[in-house]
Write a protein that binds this ligand. Structure first.
Ligand code: UGA
Length: 434
């Protein structure tokens, strides 16, 4: 039975990936300790609270805190572990290079914490953080130096979770990627995911750590470029008066293209696509290759908010006028505003001298911390009240049924960046790519 294969897993770093993974592994029956230097995060986990907003996560933490799921600020909990996951954040600098300083420190400290154990009993260290292939060696070397053991297994197990559905994505992955350099590393990762492999039979890719790191970047770069390509084609459609969604439906029926990630509009945001695409461009350029398609994907994405504002400009001069921004989260289902397309849109409206009033069902507070000077409305209807124009930026379901709320606008002008609403009689409606 699976109980026999219960592992001791330590997850270093309790950000969004680390916490989801720690709680989910605990739910699979493993004994998990989440290690983080932030005492508030550790206390929250002890108390059974989720430090981030992610559907289903609070339930898991509440259920397993104090049982299968423990939390600590100390690295000594690594002693006796089978697997040590490094899920520390890797921030980016201005140019887009990832900064692995914190991850290297975590790797070295993890190595030091297990240095006294006999080599054969040391845990397998697994990099979960997204790092470019050249950085895999940096992290491996830091962990090996800490342990004083050049044979230490440092594996790579990249993450494909989406914000907003991370818990269910963990349970039902399309694929698992095990990048290891020894049979023991592979056995350990297989044991960790055994219940999932048995239950949902995902594709399991067994490879080396560098290739595993590249698969993660290729996955995100491909999806981001796919959206930018449909946006590029969508912009052409708009010029020709053609509906890009009709075109997307048709080409998505071709199995070679696939129907997902063909929603054109104001572009991609979040903590992953923008960061990862830039990081792989930087790493490739440093290695002597400039990836032209990925550079173009970034350029198209940067241009979409400006195109939305141009559509608004065609109908109204917004100076000293009230303009509503509906949706602040980078996508529905999350309060995350990192790289949200709402940011360049609000800035563009501010440059035009507009009085911006923003609304989001969950992300207003997050945006207010970044852009405090605009007005935040308590409902979409209030944001629309008296506005001469509205920009729809996030595809929240509740925007689909606003109907009469548009009547309160001074001028019923809507520029939709996500194809959320149906135009109403009397409304001037501009779709970004349709
Ligand atoms: C993305 C990947 O989908 C995950 O597989 C990956 O694990 C994650 O990054 C990561 O590296 O951690 P996420 O950023 O949560 O996940 O969000 P997505 O659902 O992929 O959406 C990203 C952005 O693309 C959003 O701004 C969304 O609005 C936009 N998008 C998505 C479109 O504009 N059109 C589409 O058709 C789909």
């Amino acid at each position: 039975m699976y109980e026999d294969r219960r592992l001791r897993i330590v997850v270093v770093g309790s950000g969004y990936v680390g916490t989801t993974m720690a709680a989910s592994f605990a739910d699979l029956g493993h004994q998990v300790t989440a290690v983080d230097i932030d005492e508030d995060v550790v206390e929250a986990l002890h108390a059974g609270d989720a430090p981030i907003h992610e559907p289903g996560l609070a339930d898991l933490i509440e259920r397993h805190a104090g049982g299968n799921l423990e939390a600590s600020t100390a690295y000594d909990s690594l002693a006796g572990a089978d697997l040590v996951y490094l899920a520390v954040q890797t921030p980016t600098d201005e140019a887009g290079n990832i900064d692995t300083t914190a991850l290297e420190t975590a790797a070295r400290m993890s190595g030091e914490a297990i240095a006294d154990q006999p080599p054969a009993e040391r845990p397998v260290i697994v990099i979960k953080s997204t790092v470019t292939p050249p950085h895999v060696e940096t992290i491996r070397a830091a962990a090996a130096a800490g342990a004083g053991d050049e044979t230490l297994e440092v594996a790579m197990n990249p993450e494909f979770l989406r914000e907003g559905s991370a818990v269910s994505d963990f349970r039902e992955p399309d694929k698992l990627v095990f990048g290891t350099s020894s049979q023991r590393g592979d056995d350990m990762l297989t044991a960790a995911f055994e219940p999932i492999i048995e239950a949902t039979n995902p594709v399991v890719i067994r490879t080396d750590p560098d290739t595993a790191a590249m698969i993660k970047y290729a996955n995100n770069a491909f999806l981001a470029a796919k959206i930018s390509l449909i946006n590029d084609l969508g912009n052409i459609c708009k010029e020709f008066g053609i509906d890009a969604y009709e075109v997307a439906d048709a080409i998505g029926a071709d199995d070679r293209i696939g129907e997902q990630f063909l929603r054109s509009g104001v572009g991609w945001g979040g903590s992953c696509f923008p960061k990862d695409v830039r990081a792989i461009i930087q790493a490739a350029t440093a290695a002597g290759y400039r990836p032209a398609v990925l550079e173009a994907a970034v350029a198209v994405n940067a241009e979409q908010p400006a195109r939305m504002l141009e559509l608004l400009d065609e109908h109204v001069d917004v100076e000293d006028q009230r303009v509503a921004v509906l949706g602040l989260a980078f996508k529905p289902g999350t309060d995350d505003v990192r790289n949200s397309r709402a940011i360049p849109l609000i800035e563009g409206l501010q440059e035009r001298g507009a009085n911006v009033v923003a609304y989001d069902p969950v992300a207003s507070e997050e945006m207010q911390a970044r852009i405090p000077e605009i007005e935040y409305a308590k409902s979409a209807a209030r944001a629309l009240d008296g506005a001469v124009g509205a920009l729809i930026v996030t595809a929240w379901d509740e925007f689909e049924t606003l109907d009469d709320a548009f009547d309160a606008m001074d001028r019923q002008l809507v520029v939709d960046g996500r194809r959320v609403i149906e135009p109403r009689p009397g409304m001037t409606y501009e779709g970004l790519t349709w």
